[in-house]
Ligand binder design. Structure first.
Ligand code: NDP
Length: 477
């Protein structure tokens, strides 16, 4: 029996009320580990510890916060190969993809190590003679972070690092499906010298302990990434408790391919955006909106590349596409494949593979229209609709005709169309001749409409969420 990995509360590793089995989605007989489930009392203890530790952390020299975060980044980078293997085993993305994610997490900690020293303010001339106005930023207190399974180290990193840099204390609840990377992150923050109680990890189910974080009055703010359905529940809970809230949710991201696109580049961008990381990226290209003149050549070339994708154990070097994260997610994807067929699409691929593990062939839904349910609802698997349009205006309309607004892309050789798309796309992130997924770690990340609520994550703008503004007036007399 393997040892039970524990929750991290008040600087101590603590047992829980039950155990979650963390299994490899490519080989369900591979038990990665047993992870302690936190009960309500453990969550309560974590919030108490955070509330106690936060004032000293906020009052400490910013250099101390900077050093802890930079050291955490260095440790992540030094251990990246080993953490990437763990990530691949628990989430199922390929080893190079996992290595990219872990590297990004390391760089994020290093970046916010610098930001801890750059937290500035503003001096404003007062309209009253002899008066001075100062605008400063202060930490919020204790923040609750609730994260999904698809980026099990990068998302905990991009929430924890700015929260800690600003002087907050953190209680992190990772997805129950992928606790291992968050557990490693807690160990690394402990090793990096994070004081007891400043960073706490509670593992377990969202409906039980995630909601306990949302309901607790000692939590000043919640930053959440996950589905729109849970995001709405959290938004309501935060409104009730008058908490600051930041939600990053789903997408139905369009990639437009115009007649004048470089065909090879467009096929590469769409293959990557739609299917890499098994389509389990909130920025995945799930609607390929293709102009009629290039449509048939594009589909022929993309289908040849799709059919040649190598599926398999993501630890193997030749594998391009790993498994779907869980049996439940695979069944949901297969339901969407059936729906697309019922709606009249010509479906290529999409079947479950006859082998152990949660494997599904990537799918193209040809002859799709933008009003089909399969073109409107987020699937979160390796499935992309191909929607034929007559011209740029129709493509832009279809791209924007969605409840979501996270990422969008266009492949074109025309500066005029690229510029118009950048200006008129109703998305938080716009890509020209690049996949809709794949972003830098040091610039703002987030969307519009049902994809995001609240201020941006990542880059210097991330500090906006984790701080409160104070305006002070002084009169020297
Ligand atoms: P979920 O919304 O199911 O879960 C996200 C987190 O919320 C998990 O930790 C979950 O815990 C927790 N949770 C569930 N119910 C509650 C509740 N009632 N109160 C508080 N917390 C709760 O999302 P998934 O994990 O399935 O992730 C996939 C989704 O995430 C997709 O929609 C995807 O688009 C989105 N996503 C968005 C990104 C973005 O930046 N826009 C980036 C990555 C993913 P538990 O796991 O224990 O249920």
């Amino acid at each position: 029996m393997s040892q039970i990995q524990q929750n991290f509360v008040a600087g101590r590793w603590q047992a829980g009320d039950g155990v979650t089995e963390n299994r490899n989605p490519a080989r369900p007989d591979d038990l990665i580990g047993l992870y302690a489930k936190a009960g309500r009392e453990t969550v309560d203890a974590a919030i108490s510890a955070a509330a106690e530790a936060q004032p000293a952390w906020a009052a400490a020299s910013p250099q101390i916060r900077s050093d802890v975060l930079s050291r955490a980044g260095d440790i992540i980078l030094a251990r990246r190969e080993e953490i990437a293997r763990l990530l691949t085993r628990e989430e199922g993305k390929t080893l190079p993809e996992a290595l990219g994610e872990v590297t990004r997490a390391g760089h994020i900690f290093q970046f916010f190590g610098g930001e801890a020293l750059r937290l500035g303010g503003q001096k404003i001339a007062s309209t009253r003679a002899g008066c001075e106005g100062d605008v400063t930023r202060e930490p919020l207190g204790v923040v609750g972070l609730i994260t999904p399974w698809n980026f099990p180290i990068a998302i905990p990193a991009w929430k924890s690092a700015p929260a800690l840099a600003a002087g907050n204390a953190v209680v992190l609840k990772p997805a129950e499906l992928t606790p291992a990377c968050a557990h490693v992150l807690a160990m690394i923050l402990e090793e990096a010298g994070c004081p007891a109680g400043v960073f706490n990890l509670v593992m377990g189910s969202g409906s039980e302990i995630g909601s306990a974080l949302v309901e607790d009055p000692r939590i000043a703010a919640i930053s959440f990434t996950g589905s729109e359905r849970v995001g709405r529940v959290i938004a309501r809970g935060c409104a009730e408790g008058m908490k600051k809230v930041q939600l990053e949710m789903g997408g139905k991201n369009p990639m437009v391919v115009l007649d004048d696109a470089d065909l090879d580049l467009a096929v590469d961008a769409c293959l990557n955006g739609a299917f890499y990381a098994t389509g389990q990226r909130c920025t995945a290209s799930s609607r390929l909106i293709v102009q009629s003149g290039i449509h048939d050549a594009f589909v022929e070339r993309l289908e040849a590349r799709r059919a040649a994708l190598v599926l398999g154990d993501p630890l193997e070097p030749q594998t391009q596409i790993g498994p779907v994260v869980s049996e439940a997610q695979l069944q949901a994807n297969l339901d969407y494949v059936r729906l697309a067929e019922d709606e009249g699409c010509d479906v290529l691929g999409g079947a479950r593979l006859d082998r152990p593990g949660h494997f599904q062939a990537p799918a193209l839904f040809l002859c799709a229209t933008n009003d089909m349910r399969s073109s409107r609802e987020e699937i979160f698997g390796p499935c992309a609709s191909v929607i034929k349009v007559a011209d740029f205006d129709e493509a832009l309309d279809a791209a924007n005709d969605t409840r979501f607004g996270l990422s969008s892309g266009i492949c074109t050789g025309s500066l005029k169309h690229a510029t118009a798309f950048r200006q008129k796309s109703q998305a938080g992130m716009v890509m020209v001749n690049l996949p809709t997924a794949g972003v830098d770690h040091h610039v703002p990340f987030g969307g519009r409409k049902a994809s995001s609520l609240g201020s941006r994550e990542q880059g210097p703008m991330a500090m906006e969420f984790y701080t409160a503004v104070k305006t002070a007036y002084s009169f020297a007399g």
